[in-house]
Write a protein that binds this ligand. Structure first.
Ligand SMILES: [Zn+2]
Length: 406
């Protein structure tokens, strides 16, 4: 038997802190919005660290960065995540998974461990989607779900194309990612409160829930708020509110269903005018595709009901639609067993947020490991995962990778 290879905890923790200096915000947190100068600085540092570990670095045309430690075969076990952040992000979302991957490599180097298969650490472009939509764009392109031309022509809110920014920061590469991926493991902070609440040290992620985003435009008729009797109004605002509350009540019966009305704007937005129009968004999520379809049917029925009751007309536009992605059952079991072998408590959960792993799951068996987020906070400068949890997750990642490379 081999002696168990352990991660170097101090190195991991100091690597995470020092990387957090790139794009650091006053008062904590980081801003490395995709393809900005800060993102470039982060990429430069990542490439430097990869090369220092002896990895062969390849950058593909959408700017995904792959660092590979050669094994006897070119088939590779991949791990990774992203280093871009939201405008007021924390040190751990995404970056933790990438730097933990580098710690795995460093630990194997220290142990002079030669593996049968190669190991690749990846950092995917524009995972957050704060600047360019859709999110998870780099992994989506890598998985063949979007053309490089379409991705490059995506514009940010200032009208700048992703392609122009990629060229400007020097990360439109000519390389490519691995061709044969044996399995993909992504380590990530939970970004929610479940693990902490249930005192679970390692979250074994069973999949990513499905997402359905719709923009609705409710059109009525503006009128004087004082002179127009209620019966003669076509109130777009009231109709929209009723739509959201009524749908929300209906969906209480759909298991695990989430509904969010995150944007709600009335026109003309004046105190004494019956709204002529209301533009709102609905975010529906469910881990089960059949249930998500049922929720979407409820939405369609509610729209018809509201049109009839209020005399408004309602247009819909789909902004995003991703089916739930179940992860590989063998990898799920393996992560769970390896975590327990280390003496860590485990629990299974479905990811509420999207992750690069759901795109890579199109190419290879994939799974994710979650570690607790203090107070469930993420996309927040106060985002925190405790050192012991960071180390536990990285050790499980190392063990999972080792279980796949021989
Ligand atoms: Zn993330």
């Amino acid at each position: 038997m081999f002696e168990k290879i352990l991660i170097n905890q101090d190195r991991l923790l100091s690597d995470i802190q020092s990387f957090g200096q790139i794009g650091a915000l006053e008062g904590g947190g980081v801003a490395r919005l995709a393809l900005t100068d800060n993102d470039r600085l982060g990429r430069d540092e990542l490439v430097r660290r990869m090369k220092a570990l002896g990895l062969r670095v390849s950058i593909d045309p959408i700017g995904n960065i792959f660092g590979t430690r050669a094994g006897k075969t070119t088939a590779t076990v991949m791990t990774g995540s992203h280093i871009d952040t939201v405008l007021t992000g924390g040190l751990y979302d995404g970056t933790y998974g990438v730097l933990a991957g580098l710690e795995v490599i460093a630990a194997l180097n220290d142990a002079r461990c030669m593996t049968e298969h190669s190991i690749t650490v990846a950092a995917f472009t524009n995972e957050e989607g704060s600047r360019f939509q859709p999110d998870m764009l780099g992994s989506l392109v890598f998985a063949g779900g979007m053309s490089i031309e379409a991705a490059r022509s995506t514009r940010d809110s200032a009208g700048v194309t992703l392609g122009a920014e990629l060229d400007r920061i020097g990360y439109a590469g000519t390389g490519h990612g691995p061709e044969k991926i044996i399995s993909y493991y992504e380590l990530h902070i939970e970004q929610g409160p479940v693990l902490e609440d249930e005192k679970i040290q390692i979250g074994v992620v069973t999949g990513v829930q499905g997402i359905s985003w719709t923009r609705l435009t409710v059109t009525g008729r503006s009128a004087h708020a004082g002179t127009t009797p209620m019966r003669s109004r076509v109130d777009a605002g009231l109709a929209a509110m009723e739509l959201v509350t009524s749908l929300s009540a209906t969906l209480k019966d759909v298991p695990d269903q989430l509904i969010t009305c995150g944007s709600f704007r009335v026109v003309p937005d004046l105190v004494n005018v019956v709204p002529q129009r209301c533009v709102l968004t609905l975010d529906l999520r469910n881990p089960d595709e059949k249930l998500l379809l049922r929720a979407e049917e409820c939405l369609s029925q509610t729209i018809l009901d509201i049109e009839t009751t209020y005399g408004v007309s309602i247009q819909t536009e789909t902004l995003a639609r991703f089916e739930p992605v179940p992860f590989d059952s063998c990898l799920i079991d393996r992560i769970e067993n390896l975590a327990r072998d280390n003496g860590y408590s485990t629990g299974r959960l479905c990811s509420g947020a999207g992750h690069d792993a759901q795109m890579i799951a199109r190419l290879a068996p994939a799974a994710m490991i979650f570690v607790p987020s203090v107070n469930g906070l993420s996309h927040n400068i106060a985002e925190l995962t405790l050192p012991d949890d960071l180390c536990r997750g990285t050790q499980v990642l190392l063990d999972a990778i080792l279980s796949s490379v021989f």
